[in-house]
Design a binder for this molecule. Structure first.
Ligand SMILES: NC(=O)C1=CN([C@@H]2O[C@H](COP(=O)(O)OP(=O)(O)OC[C@H]3O[C@@H](n4cnc5c(N)ncnc54)[C@H](O)[C@@H]3O)[C@@H](O)[C@H]2O)C=CC1
Ligand SMILES: O=C([O-])CC(=O)C(=O)O
Length: 269
């Protein structure tokens, strides 16, 4: 069996989990080909400490090493990660999917060169049902996100509005708007809303309320979908990873998606 050679861009909460699982041989038909990091020396030291021999390379060199790159890095560098792979007609699995919205040229690159962008379900649920419903008519998609205030710190929207998360003592609605506006204001917090919108009725018609809620310890997402085929109400409570903004399930979703690439029995759309 040929193997899919995987590159990882970003060795943070998601990337480290992926690197350990892929290099550990737990996903049949995959090998860890290389990684890229903001700090190559630190990445090398961590890989060595884990006994992982994959090289640390520049993002531009990914297509020389890999068939598929997983983007799990700061959203601002999405184009540097996707560009070289897509120009080479290869595949990129994108976690910072909110960053795709203001950069439609990335999707055009995939189209022009026969590459593919995969947005995994990530920290969300129900994208199988939403993509199915979108083959019929979806009337509305509404999401509500509740996060511990510290899981929202640093968002540009909060800085612009002067909202201090350390001062939140009761559940507070801090944002209500479209998935597109939410992705702009919270680029590291609500990629899930963008994934939902891309699966369903798009970033302008998908709405989201974001609550800073000191009474929750998990990143909680609720989805309400009204379609001509079904009504869906879904809820997930994500246990934060070492990065409080990111649910632990996100890396596991990527692993499940990688496993599905070649599985003899594939379950779910
Ligand atoms: N789609 C989804 O459901 C979810 C998406 N995300 C998104 O996934 C991305 C990664 O999340 P985490 O692993 O939690 O972030 P993280 O902050 O823990 O890790 C990001 C890593 O990228 C590294 N990095 C910085 N500059 C780099 C460069 N030039 N090249 C390569 N790596 C570089 C940083 O050093 C850091 O280790 C974020 O954009 C986050 O918003 C997170 C959770 C869910
Ligand atoms: O969407 C994101 O970027 C992260 C998130 O909400 C989660 O992990 O629950």
């Amino acid at each position: 069996m040929t193997t899919t050679r995987i590159a990882i861009a970003g060795l943070g909460a998601i990337g480290k989990t992926l690197a350990k699982r892929i290099a550990g041989g737990t996903i049949p038909g995959t090998t860890l080909a290389c990684v890229a990091s903001g700090d190559a020396a630190k990445a090398r030291a961590w890989l060595d400490s884990e006994g992982i021999t994959a090289p640390v390379v520049e993002l531009a060199a990914f297509p020389d090493h890999a068939d598929l790159a997983v983007e799990c890095a700061p959203s601002a560098i999405i184009e540097e990660i996707c560009g070289p792979m897509l120009k080479a007609g290869k595949t990129v699995m994108v976690l910072s999917c909110g960053a795709l919205l203001p950069r439609p040229q990335i999707i055009e690159l995939a189209k022009a060169h026969g590459g593919q962008i995969i947005v995994p379900t990530g920290a969300l649920l129900g994208l199988d049902a939403v993509t199915a419903a979108a083959e019929g008519t979806i009337h509305s998609v509404k999401m509500t996100t509740r996060k511990p205030p510290r899981g929202l710190i640093g968002a540009p929207y909060l800085i612009e509005k002067g909202l201090d998360m350390d001062k939140i003592t009761a559940p507070t609605l801090i944002f209500s708007g479209s998935a597109r506006e939410a992705a702009k204001g919270f680029p590291a917090n609500v990629n899930v809303a963008v994934a939902l919108s891309l699966a369903g009725i798009g970033p302008d018609r998908t709405t989201i309320d974001i609550w800073a809620d000191p009474s929750v310890t998990r990143n909680c997402h609720e989805i309400e979908v009204d379609a001509d085929s079904a009504k869906l109400s879904l809820r997930i409570e994500n246990i934060p990873s070492e990065n409080p903004k990111t649910g632990r399930i996100t890396a596991l979703s990527v692993i499940a998606a990688l496993r599905k690439l070649r599985a003899p029995l594939r379950v779910g759309t």
